[in-house]
Design a protein around this ligand. Structure first.
Ligand code: ADP
Ligand code: MG
Length: 412
């Protein structure tokens, strides 16, 4: 144990330049190194990548990393290379020459980490079976679950990896913490026996604020008063409302841009880059925006509409304050949103499941006691004290009058 501990600490320092591990990293890395299948559940920004990157370097051979987005793969590969680590990614949008070059490196055993999109995996199975694999990492593993919030059909094919490579440890990583999704991940990856590591989801630097959704635009302009030059994200339910709100903010003199899946890939990449570089401080977006963006100084996140579940909400507010400094999160709650979200679930295969999650989200928005307690409780964590850093703690309801609340919410 001591020798492993000191050698992985050494690797942490020499390859990544860090002196100490973040919570849970060391225990996860030790499990992976001892050959166990592992399920790592850590909040966004918790340092999940390192949990497979470091073991990949500690063992001979190549780590296979499944990642859902080209942008994510590219960021990680760039960062690894900057640290002198040989890593590459493979996906269908690369020029063929580049693909061939990467496969050559892979088969020659030159890569410590090989990133691939799940869709490309079937074509590479043979090649991968010829190399020395040291571990398989399934990043953003909630994409495997139809119960999660970013379902990706190609992920469901990853279940055969365990049969094909029974000796190779699999590590699945996600920031999605509800128990049903966790169980679904292990089941589908055929690692039901996996060692589970659940890190704390408490992000103490995020102020949790929920307000009734009347005159939202007016409220937002007031909110932006002292904050308009800071970096922030406003999440809306529809593409149209992102465009409309971005337009309003621009008219009011703010540097804001809309972002949604209806834009061209070039436009999306440019907007994302301008946000990361602080050229465009404010992004008004659908939930298509944010996954994989490693921007540390996002100072606020607003939900113009209520998210459809707590996982999504948590992940989206989690994009604020990744530098550990204080950040404000603001959720507008209106019953009209609840009705619309309910309508979206109608007739879908998982309707009941989604409705149950929506109801939990609604309960959170309506909570009359510490929000953080309610939020963490959803993830199975129990705070012993009220947080003192949410709207309810700072401004407790003086009396509980259900009719007044109902009236407020209905008139939104
Ligand atoms: P996640 O995937 O859990 O959202 P990342 O793997 O992207 O998180 O890591 C978030 C940030 O934390 C990255 O900038 C990473 O370099 C940094 N990081 C990871 N491990 C450590 C550590 N032990 N000490 C300091 N910073 C770390
Ligand atoms: Mg990650």
């Amino acid at each position: 144990m001591t020798s492993t501990t000191s050698s992985i600490t050494q690797l942490l320092k020499t390859h990544f330049g860090y002196d100490s591990f973040k919570p849970n990293q060391e225990a996860i890395i030790n499990d992976v190194l001892s050959g166990k299948d592992t399920l790592a559940i850590m909040p966004t920004g918790g340092g999940k990548s390192l949990c497979y990157q470091l073991p990949a370097l500690a063992k001979e051979g190549t780590a296979l990393v499944i990642s859902p987005l080209i942008a994510l793969m590219k960021d990680q590969v760039d960062a690894l290379r900057a640290n002198g680590i040989t890593a590459a990614y493979y996906n269908s949008s690369q020029p063929e020459e580049e693909q061939q070059h990467v496969l050559q490196q892979l088969t020659k055993g030159e890569l410590s980490l090989f990133y691939v999109a799940p869709e490309s995996l079937p074509n590479l199975r043979h090649t991968i079976s010829t190399i020395t694999l040291n571990l398989i990492a399934v990043d953003e593993a909630h994409c495997i679950s139809a119960w999660g919030h970013d379902f990706r059909p190609a992920y469901t094919k990853l279940g055969s990896l365990k049969q094909e490579f029974p000796q190779i440890p699999i590590i699945a990583l996600t920031a999605t913490a509800d128990k049903a999704t966790q169980d679904d991940i292990s089941k589908q990856l055929n690692i039901s026996h996996a060692k589970k590591h659940l890190a704390s989801f408490d992000r103490q630097n995020l102020f949790l604020d929920v307000r009734p959704g009347q005159s939202r635009i007016k409220q937002i302009l007031k909110f932006l008063g002292p904050r308009g030059a800071q970096s922030g994200i406003i999440y809306c339910l529809s593409r149209k409302s992102t465009e409309k709100l971005a337009q309003k903010l621009k008219q009011a003199g703010y540097k804001a841009k809309a972002y949604h899946a209806g834009l061209s890939p070039e436009d999306r990449a440019n907007i994302q880059e301008d946000f990361v570089n602080d050229t465009t401080p404010i992004i008004v977006a659908t939930i298509a925006f944010g996954m994989g963006i490693d921007k540390s100084n996002v100072r606020w996140v607003i939900h113009y509409n209520m998210p459809k579940n707590i996982e999504g909400y948590y992940q989206e507010i989690g994009r604020a304050g990744r530098d550990g400094l204080k950040a404000h999160t603001l959720l507008f709650y209106s019953y009209a949103d609840v009705i619309q979200l309910r309508r979206f679930t109608e007739g879908t295969a998982t309707e009941e499941f989604q409705l149950a999650k929506l109801e939990r989200m609604q309960h959170y928005a309506e909570a009359l006691s510490c929000r953080r307690k309610a939020l963490l409780n959803y993830f199975g964590e129990h705070l012993t004290k009220d947080c003192g850093y949410c709207d309810v703690c700072q401004n407790p309801p003086k009396y509980v009058d259900g009719t007044v609340i109902a009236q407020k919410v209905c008139s939104a």
